[in-house]
Design a protein around this ligand. Sequence first.
Ligand SMILES: [Zn+2]
Length: 67
Amino acid sequence: MFLLHALQEQRRKAATAANGQRDWRVLSATVCQTPDCGEPIPEERRRAVPGVRHCIDCAERLERHKK
Ligand SMILES: [Zn+2]
């Protein structure tokens, strides 16, 4: 599951790099990178948070754990 997502992400990056484009689409994950989650990350969130790696639920959980 996780590997498949990583592979898709890699392929997407390669395709985007070939077009000479580097934007939030490249920086942000399309699905949550929490191993047991894998929720799709809404495009709105990916655009708002460049380099986002986690869905809103996981991001909030991680944030809470930090404190
Ligand atoms: Zn998640």
